[in-house]
Design a protein around this ligand. Structure first.
Ligand code: PLZ
Length: 423
């Protein structure tokens, strides 16, 4: 088999430099909680392809469903000749997402495309244009979603000008806002909106219930409910971006459920289809159905193979109670991280929920971010065969997103590597 070194050489003269990779090893195969590279090395997976393979890689039901579908038909375009699985995925999403009200869904290919479409729906339904987003937010890499994303490097740098009518307001970030309670942090955000945008101009308030790329920032309790209440009063559409938090990751089907928040629209992707590209906007029927026939779509959105995979992945999550699995993983992982934090003063905070946990790394005794220590710990994990990811506005957050089907054994071995990587 071609080695990773050889592939890396071929890559540098074939693949655009702008597309990066976390590791230089090339994957040969992957299953529940592990990857095997072309050099024969086994990796423990604490990344799940950035919270995608919640049901594991090549999950048995997903493989079977994809195989059956690929033999029946591969693509007709739902806008040309519709098929059942698209409808069935929408039915599942309408039933699973928070809120007992009547819902509709539309399917797309990527998270960014789902976010773009949530903004289209909110603007169309309200007749307003402003979109409110938060500090540290991440919503994608297309032009509109780059405007919604907060961080310059590497996402936005020299890619402007960006779409207009996007307004950024302060997030609740307990470690870095002096521990503001949720209600106070919400008041701060709302005052900014009312002063700088005007409540009556807001089409959508868009928020990740736990921020992903921005650093696994968990807002203080009460922050999301207060914003939800404000959006209702203002006639603005409350959009929860559950692209990274969704599908059992945080120990519930969706992170909003933790505080009983019912968004008007939810954006979904990643975990929903066991690794196949599929995304969705799900929400209030009167908003979704406000758009004229033909106003939403795309060639591949809701591709039949991806829909078959999603139905199988959702069935797997139900059958194996992967929300429960995420809570169990969170307990084991959290206990270990807190034990490491107790002896290592570089860890300012252990945070997250369920199987979406992280540590924020600083210069001891301060809140000064230490991205180089973060990169060094991550590199030590990689050297020992544990795939970890970093994130955060300051690049100083080490995050853990194991597949929810990871075995106790692999989880324990991964944690031993992680523990040792802190020295
Ligand atoms: N919204 C909350 O987490 C994708 C990005 C990786 P796409 N996060 C991983 C990278 O560096 O490109 C994400 C997300 C949230 C939207 C998105 C965008 O989803 O499927 O990557 O377009």
């Amino acid at each position: 088999m071609t080695s990773s070194d050889e592939l890396q050489k071929r890559r540098s003269s074939a693949v655009a430099r702008g597309v990066g990779s976390v590791i230089n090893s090339y994957v040969d195969s992957a299953s529940g909680g592990t990857l095997t590279d072309v050099d024969g090395r086994r990796w423990i997976d604490f990344a799940a392809g950035i919270a995608v393979t919640n049901v594991g890689n090549s999950a048995p039901r997903v493989v079977e469903a994809v195989r059956a579908q690929v033999e029946r038909f591969t693509h007709t375009c739902f806008m040309v000749a519709p098929y059942e699985s698209y409808v069935a995925v929408c039915e599942q999403l309408n039933a699973l997402t928070p809120g007992g009200f009547e819902k509709r869904s539309a399917l797309f290919n990527s998270g960014a495309e789902a976010v773009e479409n949530a903004v289209k729906v909110a603007r169309h339904a309200t007749g307003r244009s402003a979109v409110v987003v938060f500090d540290h937010a991440y919503h994608g890499r297309t032009n509109l979603t780059l405007a919604l994303t907060a961080k310059n490097m590497p996402y936005k740098h020299r890619f402007g000008p960006f779409a207009g009518e996007v307004y950024r307001v302060p997030m609740s970030y307990p470690l870095r806002d002096g521990g503001l309670d949720g209600a106070t942090a919400a008041t701060r955000a709302i005052e900014t909106i009312e002063k700088q945008v005007g409540a009556e101009n807001v089409a959508a308030l868009l928020i990740e219930p736990i921020q992903g790329e921005g650093g696994f920032v968990v807002p203080a309790k009460g922050f999301l409910p207060a914003l939800r209440t404000w959006a209702t009063a203002a006639g603005a559409v409350f959009v929860a971006d559950e692209i990274q938090t969704g599908f059992c990751r945080t120990g519930d089907w969706f992170a909003c459920q933790h505080e009983g928040v019912e968004p008007d629209l939810v954006t979904l992707a990643k975990g929903m289809a066991g690794g196949l590209p599929l995304a969705a906007v799900t929400g209030r029927a009167e908003l979704m159905d406000a758009v004229h026939v033909g106003g939403l779509g795309g060639t591949y959105g809701g591709n039949p193979i991806a829909c078959a995979a999603a139905l199988a992945a959702i069935e797997t999550m139900r059958e194996l109670d992967l929300a429960g699995a995420a809570r169990r993983i969170g307990t084991v992982l959290g206990d270990r991280l807190r034990a490491v934090a107790a002896r290592d003063p570089r860890i300012a905070e252990v945070r997250g929920r369920g199987a979406m946990l992280a540590v924020e790394i600083v210069t001891p005794g301060t809140l000064t971010p230490d991205p180089s220590a973060t990169a060094a710990v991550s590199a030590a994990c990689h050297a020992a065969g544990l795939l970890t990811l970093t994130c955060g506005t300051y690049g100083n957050v080490l995050r853990f997103l194991p597949p929810l089907v990871i075995s106790d054994d692999d989880l324990a071995r991964g944690l031993d590597i992680l523990d040792a990587a802190f020295g």
